[in-house]
Design a protein around this ligand. Structure first.
Ligand SMILES: Nc1ncnc2c1ncn2[C@@H]1O[C@H](COP(=O)(O)OP(=O)(O)O)[C@@H](O)[C@H]1O
Ligand SMILES: [Mg+2]
Length: 218
């Protein structure tokens, strides 16, 4: 089933094409690696896919309906973008963990919180830690936990393992692979060539804002 389709999508900023004529079909269960030189438009593509930016030209169709017809907040709950530089808010880690429950008017599910902390190899003591005292790798994993408390339909990961040591890269990769095996659609941006081919079924190569290649890996 086609989940998300980009039809000749472009993004123009200050008269310049950042993305040009991107046509792409994302199927349920796809695991797509996105590669390309720095500045080729990878992050911009993900922000457009998750409705954080609006395309300048072209059309985006999600579940057979034009993306513009969805409430952007509802849309972002289904298509979740994890930033390249993890953004945590408030004073403490717990503020970030409670937020997804609060915006959904749901009771805090501590067993789900604990399960994710365990999965990402973080002690529950982190909940009361100040955000400013965390390392880049810890912030990155907390941001992932925040994105996964309620599982999105499509998870967009922007170089999320770049701040992690090799042990935690492996751990995070395994969690993502397990989510994909359960049916979650994944797109991730990676600079690591080996990583780009290890788990994905498709490899998308961007070059100065255009699709240079879409390679089938499996
Ligand atoms: N909001 C913006 N306004 C103007 N230019 C931007 C904006 N965001 C990104 N760019 C430019 O668009 C290009 C693509 O950026 P980006 O999507 O971040 O690339 P990548 O993630 O592949 O490194 C870069 O040249 C960048 O400087
Ligand atoms: Mg980027």
């Amino acid at each position: 089933m086609e989940l998300l389709e980009l039809k000749k999508v472009s993004y123009i900023s200050k008269g310049k094409y950042i993305l040009k004529d991107i046509s792409l079909k994302i199927k349920k269960g796809d695991f797509i690696s996105v590669v390309g030189a720095s500045g080729s438009g990878k992050s911009t593509l993900f922000k457009i896919c998750s409705h954080l930016l609006s395309q300048s030209e072209g059309e985006i169709v999600y579940k057979n309906k034009n993306a513009d017809e969805y409430d952007p907040i509802k849309f972002r709950k289904e298509i979740s973008y994890c930033f390249q530089t993890p953004y945590l808010f408030g004073d403490k880690v717990i503020d970030n963990i409670l937020f997804p429950f609060i915006i959904r008017n749901k009771e805090i599910d501590m067993s789900r919180v604990k399960e994710l902390f365990f999965l990402f190899n973080l002690s529950e003591d982190f909940l009361n830690m100040q955000v400013e005292n965390l390392s880049g790798g810890e912030k990155q994993r907390i941001a992932l936990i925040r994105a996964l408390l309620f599982e999105p339909v499509i998870l967009l990961l922007d170089e999320i393992t770049s701040a992690l040591d090799s042990e935690n890269v492996f751990l995070v990769e395994n969690v993502i692979q397990a989510l994909n095996n359960k049916g979650m659609t994944i797109m991730w941006i990676t600079h690591n060539k080996e990583q780009s081919k290890k788990y994905a079924n498709k490899l998308l190569v961007l070059e100065v804002g255009e699709i240079k290649a879409l390679e089938m890996l499996k």
